[in-house]
Write a protein that binds this ligand. Structure first.
Ligand SMILES: NC(=O)c1ccc[n+]([C@@H]2O[C@H](COP(=O)([O-])OP(=O)(O)OC[C@H]3O[C@@H](n4cnc5c(N)ncnc54)[C@H](O)[C@@H]3O)[C@@H](O)[C@H]2O)c1
Length: 311
């Protein structure tokens, strides 16, 4: 059984721990703030219940026995196959933590950052053994969204990337490799393109927030749960993907010309966004919506599994 070190037990670290523990890994969890463990204990049962929706045979006792909380940083580094760093998205904090992790782990340990945007080449700048440092970016929440994108930096050994992908696959994640280091990797580049366009459309008063959300959740999102854009384009014209792009390229290119302005995300616009959002979605109900999101994700996973479409 592999031992995984979890460094940072917030939203992402806690969810990683449950995901790894469910796959049979021993997780040793460290956080600089004791309150994070109290929160972990309060929410972990709910996270495990999400897993039970996907698979009714989930063994809660086994998952809990695979997680050791309240560890110090030495404990998560000792004899560990991989340390998953999930502390706040702050380059200076991550750089310091990486030096500590590098000094405390053996040469065989992979050191992975969950960072959404910061590149491992920057995070590992002060580290001695840069060859074993990677980005391994999950999708929220990683206990039920079975995805991680693995990216190396300027000095990462390609063998380490392969080893990491294999570990994440053993932990039941669809692990993809990012071949060239790029800010936002794959997931947030795709998501960012969509978010920028949603904001352009809303700010330009082409449609309401509600209707833009509907276009995603009742159209594109339904397809995207089981097919990616290249698979979908293969079905959009009788001769396949080339036929589709040939027929529609003018239209798609014309859109690109209009989609090249960078939204300002000004304070004034963000205030309006917040106000409009609160008119339709109350802040008090946010916790319920998080639970609903997790439940819906788990139900989609269950359906995909029944249809032979899960990872
Ligand atoms: N929230 C998301 O949607 C999401 C998705 C994918 C990846 N990520 C990435 O995961 C990482 C963590 O994000 P989060 O949403 O879990 O944040 P969070 O604020 O919920 O958790 C961060 C945790 O790190 C701990 N911490 C801070 N400094 C520390 C230190 N020096 N040593 C040890 N622990 C420390 C905090 O106490 C906290 O528990 C970020 O890099 C973020 O970009 C976030």
């Amino acid at each position: 059984m592999y031992k995984i070190g979890i460094c940072g037990a917030g939203l992402i670290g806690a969810s990683w721990a449950i995901g790894f523990a469910n796959a049979g890994f021993k997780c040793f969890v460290y956080d600089a703030n004791q309150n994070s463990f109290a929160k972990f204990r309060k929410t972990s049962n709910k996270l495990i219940q999400d897993l039970r929706i996907i698979n009714s045979d989930i063994d809660e006792v086994r998952i809990n026995s695979n997680i050791k909380l309240n560890c110090n940083i030495e404990e998560i580094c000792n004899d560990t196959v991989l340390v998953q760093e999930s502390v706040v998205e702050d380059l200076e904090i991550k750089k310091k933590i990486f030096v500590q992790l590098d000094n405390l782990t053996s040469e065989n340990t992979i050191i992975a950052s969950s960072s959404s945007y910061l590149l491992i080449s920057r995070i590992s700048e002060l580290v001695k053994h840069k060859h074993r440092c990677i980005n391994a970016h999950p999708a929220l929440p990683p206990h039920i969204v079975p995805f991680v994108e693995v990216a190396g930096g300027e000095n990462t050994d390609p063998k380490i990337i392969k080893q990491a992908v294999s570990i994440y696959k053993k932990a039941k994640y669809a692990a993809i490799t990012v071949n060239k280091e790029a800010e936002g990797f794959i997931l947030n580049r795709l998501q960012g393109a969509l978010l920028n366009e949603a904001v352009r459309l809303h700010e330009g008063e082409f449609a309401s927030m509600e209707d833009i959300d509907i276009a995603l959740k009742h159209a594109l999102g339904i397809r995207w749960a089981f097919m990616g854009p290249f698979e979908i384009m293969d079905l959009n014209a009788p001769e396949g993907i080339k036929d589709s792009f040939t027929r529609y390229r003018k239209g798609i290119q014309n859109l690109a010309k209009e989609q090249n302005s960078i939204p300002e995300y000004s304070e004034e616009y963000l205030n309006k966004l917040e106000m409009d959002q609160r008119k339709r979605l109350s802040y008090d109900q946010r916790g319920n919506r998080v639970e609903k999101r997790n439940k819906m994700i788990a139900l989609i996973r269950k359906l995909k599994s029944e249809l032979g479409e899960d990872i």
